[in-house]
Design a protein around this ligand. Structure first.
Ligand code: PLP
Length: 395
């Protein structure tokens, strides 16, 4: 039968298919600050058949994911979930749900991401108090104690793994301090989760978020968030007072009815979960559990030490002088005098298909390279490849 379909008038825009052609991204070894390469099993998980976001089979695999995530973060928090979006979405969820207008956020700024927290918290009506340290240096407990006493915050924000500098923040004594001041501890673990040792419960962390695209060897698109009992109590208190979370999409009082419902309780639709990303995330966490958390941490530490040795052999200096303060996931290498940092990044990409990162922010742009040996890419053979490419770029 002849089709009776008639193209609508007026005519549609010109079809761009001839110009755009087929999807054909280049192959890259991703050793910048993130994303890193996803594990092949994670890619395979993403191609599994879709099921619905309210299907009991989907809810069951989300429960598995939550159990695996608690293990990777070392927490017993019931509220431990995948947030739809990237690390910044889980971060904004923590801020939006735990900030009452006028709350003081003591923000420890020693890199680019501290600046982002100041911006984000201020958008939710927080009074932001900055504690500053030169980029690449950690905060001492004494400095944080003095700032807490002076500013009396409701929230202390710290970045455990500053991706802009490669510094790791010591956590000793901070939980006690926060409890003494009845302040919630919010921690950024984006560049640490699944690579650098984390003990959220032992450290008394009340709210924590991360990303999947670094040590978890998973593409970006879904992000871990956990809230402890003190954080949940604050959320409940805000709700009781009728304070609405100023972000509909990230309102955890609604999302918990979908993702943290009691056993047997109905799951209430909030938004359509990114099904394939949840598969990917579950597979990424499974890979870590299969290898064993301590083994994964050790592999990152061994690869890091090997890489630092290669840099030293090439006469290159690390930005973070003390190896004990360095991240074992993300390495910041100083650019030698007279070298164009951006040209070296381009050389590695164009000649070897290897991505490394440049410095972020005015303080470090052109002054360091940021090299991620994270997750699936935390292996000595990858470290050697990156060092060889960098050496070639410097010749
Ligand atoms: N926090 C840190 C320390 C990061 O390194 C990043 C991203 O690189 C973020 C937060 C934000 O995560 P995303 O880019 O996934 O939104």
């Amino acid at each position: 039968m002849a089709s009776s379909y008639k193209a609508p008038m007026p005519t549609v825009q010109k079809n761009p298919i001839k110009e755009v052609g087929n999807l054909n991204p280049p192959t890259r070894l991703l050793c910048g600050p993130g994303p890193g390469n996803a594990h092949p099993r994670v890619h395979a998980a993403m191609s599994l058949p879709q099921i619905g976001h309210l299907d009991p089979a989907f809810m069951a695999l989300v429960e598995d994911l939550k159990a695996l995530l608690r293990y990777v973060w070392q927490t017993d928090n019931e509220f431990t979930i995948p947030v739809s979006g990237t690390g910044s979405a889980a971060w904004e969820a923590a801020v939006a749900n735990l900030t009452s207008p006028g709350d003081v956020h003591l923000t420890c700024v020693n890199g680019y991401f501290g600046e982002r927290h100041c911006d984000m918290a201020s958008r939710y009506g927080a009074k932001v108090e900055r504690l500053e340290r030169p980029w690449g240096e950690a905060f001492t407990l004494a400095e944080i104690t003095a700032a807490m006493e002076k500013t009396k915050p409701q929230i202390l924000w710290l970045c455990y793994a500053e991706t802009s500098t490669g510094i790791r923040q010591p956590m000793e004594g901070i939980a006690e301090l926060c409890r003494k001041h009845e302040c919630l501890l919010m921690l950024d673990t984006v560049t640490a989760i699944g690579g650098v040792p984390l003990y959220l419960d032992k450290w008394g962390v009340d709210a924590c978020y991360a990303g999947t695209q670094k040590c978890l060897s998973c593409p970006p698109g879904v992000a871990p968030l956990t809230l402890g009992p003190r954080a949940l109590a604050k959320m409940a208190k805000r709700a009781e007072k009728g304070e609405k979370v100023a972000n509909w999409y990230l309102d955890m009082t609604m999302i918990q009815k979908y993702l943290v419902a009691a056993a047997g309780a109905p799951r209430v639709y909030h938004h359509t979960a990114p099904i394939s990303m949840v598969y990917a995330f579950r597979e990424a966490l499974t890979l870590i559990a299969e290898e064993g958390l301590e083994e994964v941490w050790k592999r990152h530490s061994d690869t890091a030490e090997y890489f630092w040795g290669l840099m030293a052999d090439m006469g290159l200096e690390m930005l973070v002088k003390d190896p004990n303060e360095r991240l074992t996931s993300l390495h910041t290498v100083k650019v030698p005098e007279g070298i164009n940092a951006a040209e070296a990044v381009k050389h590695c990409r164009e000649k070897f298909r290897i991505e490394i990162g440049g410095g972020l922010g005015a303080a470090l742009s052109g002054k360091i390279w940021r090299i991620g040996l994270m997750g699936f890419n935390s292996r000595k053979e990858i470290a050697l490849q990156v060092a060889a490419a960098l050496k070639d770029a410097l010749m």
